[in-house]
Design a protein around this ligand. Structure first.
Ligand code: ZN
Length: 247
């Protein structure tokens, strides 16, 4: 089984299509796992929701799905994120909103748990330090998990001999992670539609259950196409600029 693992698409259809085409060009794709924030920031929320529904994605909600339907308030969002959430909410149909509201906060797949933030705080917590990594591992009942939310591709490897309890590091393009079950892991495939690790290319992973590997990929896409749609929509300038610098 080969699964395309995507997160933080953020209504960037050009990036999403590039990633799905890249996955299909590399071999048979049996499914898609999506760890949330399909909408928000970008210009094509409805199109990205439709694309993921069409792919039959296993999908958990992020904070931006919840904000787009009004299920959570945007008080905790920064001003640009709040503006884009309001813009998104005004463009989604009642059907799209009820679909987003039906998404769970966690999902189980064989050997894997999917969650946007962490199992401690599924919608909101950034898994970006040892405290949040340990909390995730202590609540994780499967050998592996996929998270999103930080927009930075990363692996956490449980290590009970280390006083920190685990090791964590960023993933490079093309890097292959061995899933031979010697250690429990948390994987973050990075962001399809708004990378923040200084690399502007769309980020995603492929999980191959037979080979027992997770491979991180980076894919070029037409950033200017998305930026033009954002300008036409009147979305905040920083959200447009950051796509080109991957921040
Ligand atoms: Zn996000």
């Amino acid at each position: 089984m080969r699964i395309a693992v995507v997160s933080d698409i953020h209504a960037n259809l050009a990036a999403l299509e590039a990633v799905l085409a890249h996955a299909a060009a590399s071999g048979r794709v049996d499914g898609v796992w999506n760890t949330g924030d399909c909408v928000g920031y970008g210009p094509q929320p409805g199109e990205c929701i439709a694309r993921m529904r069409e792919a039959g994605a296993v999908w958990v909600a992020g904070n931006h799905e919840r904000a787009a339907t009004g299920a959570i308030s945007t008080d905790e969002f920064n001003p640009q994120a709040a503006a884009s959430a309001i813009w998104t909410a005004a463009r989604l149909s009642a059907d799209e909103k009820s679909f987003l509201d039906s998404l769970p906060e966690t999902a189980s797949q064989p050997d894997f748990t999917l969650v946007h933030g962490t199992l401690r705080w599924p919608i909101w917590e950034y898994l970006s330090d040892y405290d949040s990594a340990r909390a995730q591992l202590s609540l994780q009942s499967t050998p592996f998990a996929v998270v999103g939310h930080t927009h930075v591709p990363m692996v956490v490897v449980e290590d009970e001999r280390s006083d920190k309890g685990c090791e964590m590091r960023r993933l490079k393009a093309g890097e292959v992670i061995d899933l031979s079950r010697e250690h429990r892991l948390v994987l973050n495939p990075g962001s399809v539609g708004q990378p923040r690790d200084g690399d502007h290319r769309a980020s995603y992973g492929i999980y191959d259950s037979e080979a027992a590997t997770f491979t991180l990929h980076r894919v070029e896409y037409e950033i200017t196409a998305t930026q033009r749609l954002m300008e036409d929509a009147g979305l905040p300038a920083w959200l447009i600029e950051r796509l080109a610098i991957g921040r």
